[in-house]
Design a protein around this ligand. Structure first.
Ligand code: S3P
Length: 434
């Protein structure tokens, strides 16, 4: 499937984008391991979260889907999973695989975790290293790549782990393994990252301490089922925050968006660039802050992105690079080497697409410099990365010629229905077979 985008248009109206991917994965994992029944609403019915759901079904957990994001998980308790018949296929999902590694390391049975070509090219050493220190037995392919074989039956022991990179996936993996470990497990992060695991564990009645930079929990407790209302994903909202910001005449309301402080780097960076963004109806839903976000067109200017915002906007850089391409002046991003190990090398993939569209940029080892200017047209390769596909789709709003985004199947991993929603808001997007 590919997207053909006609140049121009304005973005207006009201929309609720699909549920948060990070929270959807975690709602299935913790719901499955809790005692009792967890009702999830707003669940992201995207391929990534559905792969996690299928993995827990394969381990004997009964999970009902009632459509429109309503999911009921009949928890089996921390020690109630059954050995799966074959490998667990986590599709395209780094979050699914890295968090599951932590959980599977604590099981009495063996598991094999695998995924698609993109996932099988991503580094897992970052989770294997701390898990081995905890006593887990894990075999990987060359370079620490999946498929991973996790040998069950190891009694894990609590460790303290200084995270070598700001990664919520690694933090969550270690803490989830800590549920099965003897003693206390603690981590220190080099910079704050999304804290949905900690919040959701607490929501399930599990004590998670935060003392300064150190986050810790004691193994051997239990999780009590709790209902979860998953807000709209700010990472999906980001494409429309940028779309409306760069397009004269735009005025858009995005409803029920999660605005957890560890996720709002995109709002902070767009505000620095001069965007017109207003938070309305701020409230707390199930332990997570939520708001409706109004965004109107405003002329943007280039900025030096503060490095402390990088982990808080880590998934939003493809969209932000398009904002930078439409801004007046130069935008500089540094300290973002983690972008090189996402669903694609997002610095290289975005630079390639920006070059196709005639946007001047200079690639750095740990970031990029983008000169705002005019946007041409052409054919864009997505490198099997959903966010590269959506970023270049919204670029069409300011393009001078047609843009064709090739290989868009992966959009469904995080944003099923992106094309229809985008069309409804004013993007001139045509889906065609490739
Ligand atoms: C996620 C953490 C981030 C993010 C990913 C989701 C999570 O990855 O990029 O999309 O749900 O914990 P890293 O931990 O690799 O930064």
């Amino acid at each position: 499937m590919e997207f053909k985008l006609l140049p121009g248009g304005t973005i207006s109206g009201e929309a609720r984008v699909p549920g948060d991917k990070s929270m959807s994965h975690r709602s299935i994992m913790l719901g499955a391991l809790a005692e009792g029944t967890t009702r999830v609403s707003g669940f992201l019915e995207g391929d990534d979260a559905l792969a996690t759901l299928a993995a827990f079904r394969a381990m004997g957990v009964s999970i009902e889907r009632h459509g429109e994001g309503e999911v009921v998980v009949h928890g089996v308790g921390l020690h109630g999973l059954a050995a799966p018949d074959g490998p667990l296929d986590l599709g395209n999902a780094g979050t699914g695989m890295r968090l599951m590694c932590g959980l599977m390391a604590g099981q009495p049975f063996d598991t094999v975790l695998t995924g698609d070509a993109s996932l099988c090219s991503r580094p897992m050493g970052r989770v294997i290293d701390p898990l081995r220190l905890m006593g887990a037995k894990i075999d990987a392919q060359e370079g620490g790549r999946p498929p991973l074989k996790i040998t069950g039956g190891s009694q894990l022991k609590g460790i303290h782990y200084d995270l070598p990179m700001a990664s919520a996936q690694v933090k969550s993996c270690v803490l989830l393994a800590g549920l099965y470990a003897q003693g206390r497990t603690s981590v220190t992060e080099p910079a704050p990252t999304r804290d949905h695991t900690e919040r959701m564990l607490r929501g399930f009645g599990y004590e998670v301490k935060r003392e300064g930079e150190v986050i810790s929990l004691q193994g051997g407790g239990s999780l009590k089922a709790a209902d979860i209302d998953v807000p709209a994903d700010i990472s999906s909202a980001a494409f429309f925050l940028v779309a409306a910001s760069i397009t004269p005449g735009s005025d858009l309301l995005l409803t029920h968006v999660g605005i957890n402080p560890t996720r709002i780097g995109v709002l902070n960076i767009l505000n620095l660039m001069g965007a017109d963004i207003t938070l309305k109806n701020e409230r707390e839903v199930g332990g997570e802050p939520v708001a409706d976000i109004q965004v109107r067109y405003a002329p943007l200017h280039g900025v030096d992105i503060p490095e402390d915002q990088v982990p808080l906007a880590i998934d939003e850089f493809p969209a932000l690079f398009i904002a930078a391409a439409c801004a007046q002046g130069r935008t500089v991003l540094r300290g973002a080497e983690e972008l090189r190990v996402k669903e694609s090398d997002r610095i290289a993939a975005m630079a390639e697409g920006l070059n196709t569209l005639g946007v001047n940029n200079e690639v750095l080892e740990d970031g990029i410099i983008i000169e705002g200017g005019t946007i041409g047209g052409g054919e864009i390769r997505t490198h099997m990365d959903h966010r590269i596909a959506m970023a270049f789709s919204i670029a069409a709003l300011r393009a001078e010629q047609e843009i064709v985004v090739l290989d868009c199947d992966h959009v469904a991993t995080s944003f099923p229905g992106f094309d229809a929603l985008a069309r409804g808001l004013g993007l001139q997007i045509i889906v065609q077979a490739d």
